[in-house]
Design a protein around this ligand. Structure first.
Ligand code: HEM
Length: 76
């Protein structure tokens, strides 16, 4: 899988480019198809970033991200 920088991820925030991406544990997932991430917003959270820590505090299991397509690794 290809790697992307934080800046490249940041552009996939649902506002600047058509793709909507979220990173969890170093993997970038494409949540563009999710109706719950429309325009890059999911409750108080925005796509285009690493949401590993925030996902731990979500009122649902972290597994929800697993059904989405992996698009690459987030460069550390
Ligand atoms: C204020 C914090 C959050 C709230 C209130 C919230 C709420 C919800 C709710 C109600 C659902 C749908 C029901 C369910 O699957 O249990 C959902 C799904 C989901 N959430 Fe969250 N969530 C939060 C934070 C996060 C974070 C930080 C992530 C980071 C990746 C995330 C990723 C997802 C994903 C990928 C889905 C599945 C969407 C789909 O199936 O289309 N959530 N969330």
């Amino acid at each position: 899988m290809i790697s992307y920088t934080k800046n490249q991820l940041a552009l996939r925030n649902g506002q600047d480019k058509p793709e909507i991406w979220v990173a969890v544990n170093g993997i970038i997932y494409d949540v563009s198809e999710s109706r719950m991430w429309k325009n890059g917003k999911h409750y108080e959270h925005w796509a285009g970033q690493d949401l590993t820590d925030e996902l731990k505090d979500a009122p649902h299991l972290p597994d929800v991200i697993k059904k989405f397509q992996k698009v690459g690794y987030l460069e550390s």
